[in-house]
Design a protein around this ligand. Structure first.
Ligand SMILES: Nc1ncnc2c1ncn2[C@@H]1O[C@H](COP(=O)(O)OP(=O)(O)OP(=O)(O)O)[C@@H](O)[C@H]1O
Length: 274
């Protein structure tokens, strides 16, 4: 497809997934996890992937980050075919997975120690990196925890450190796999606003996997609903920004209708034959 045919929108795409199938394993023991996926994420867009358990949402993140290659079709990130794990990606998961022997600050700095090009000058740039990490800590509501170890922090604090770690190298693309799934409702909602504020300020591109339709509606510009395995996109929903600007918007009829509509589509996905 030439540039004209792809149109202006696709030219701004950071992630462009075309006709992708992904199969785990070979032959009779192989299993088709994703089928015929076409999905474009624009630069600065916030996208959520929802759908039944096992429909291939996390597999989508593995494809985008280059941890898995498609069995058919192609994945472009920043206009380049993804053929190896990407460096421009930040990732956070349901488990914060912090290293217990490192302090919070040292955990947050980890990507700078191992990701190119930062790793080459890590020692020299450490004071500057620390300053940046502490500023990020402030932004996500972490105070006086830099020298504490993960086991001295609450789950919510650990997840905030994990969020800082995923953003410290200023990635273009943030991939989030149910990062708030294990938190209590109050902390989870606080972190939605933390993430929203960071995204509004920095406009990185986000792909969020979640089971929480309120979370998807509140945070994402576009929500993709996946079918049961093999995962296909069965519904694409643009969420109007004016119904999700502030936490109070979540209690409006308009917002509730958005969530209810998504719920219906996920319900159809769950009922559908495999
Ligand atoms: N490394 C792997 N090898 C074989 N099968 C796998 C592998 N990883 C995932 N699968 C299978 O692929 C399918 C999709 O898994 P995936 O984790 O992407 O789903 P998901 O939608 O993220 O699920 P959940 O919502 O439960 O986290 C599942 O059936 C899973 O068992």
């Amino acid at each position: 497809m030439d540039r004209e045919a792809r149109g202006h929108g696709v030219d701004r795409a950071l992630v462009d997934i075309r006709g992708v199938d992904l199969r785990y394993g070979e032959g009779d023991v192989g299993m088709l996890a994703l089928q015929g996926i076409d999905l474009t994420v624009q630069r600065g867009e916030f996208v959520a992937l929802v759908g039944p358990s096992g429909c291939g949402k996390s597999t989508m993140l593995k494809l985008i980050s280059g941890l898995r290659m498609p069995s058919a079709g192609g994945v472009l990130v920043g206009g380049r075919e993804v053929d190896r794990p990407l460096k421009i990606v930040g990732m956070a998961f349901q488990s914060p997975a912090l290293l217990p022997w490192r302090t919070s600050l040292s955990n947050a700095l980890l990507p700078l120690e191992i990701v190119e090009p930062y790793c080459h000058t890590f020692g020299r740039d450490l004071p500057r990196h620390k300053e940046r990490a502490l500023a990020l800590f402030q932004k996500v509501g972490l105070r006086n925890v830099a020298d504490r170890f993960p086991w001295q922090l609450s789950g919510g604090m650990q997840q905030r450190v994990s969020l800082c770690r995923s953003l410290i190298h200023e990635p273009d693309l943030l991939l989030l796999d149910e990062p708030f799934g294990a938190l209590d409702a109050f902390t989870r909602e606080e972190l939605w606003d933390t993430l929203k504020a960071l995204w509004t300020e920095r406009r990185f591109t986000v792909v969020l996997v979640t089971h929480d339709l309120t979370e998807a509606t509140y945070l994402a510009d576009t929500v993709y609903v996946f079918s049961q395995r093999p995962g296909r996109i069965i519904h694409t929903r643009k969420v109007p920004m004016d119904c999700r600007r502030t936490a109070q918007d979540r209690y409006t009829v308009r917002f509730a209708e958005e969530v209810a509509s998504l719920h219906e589509h996920v319900g159809h996905a769950q009922e559908a034959e495999i």
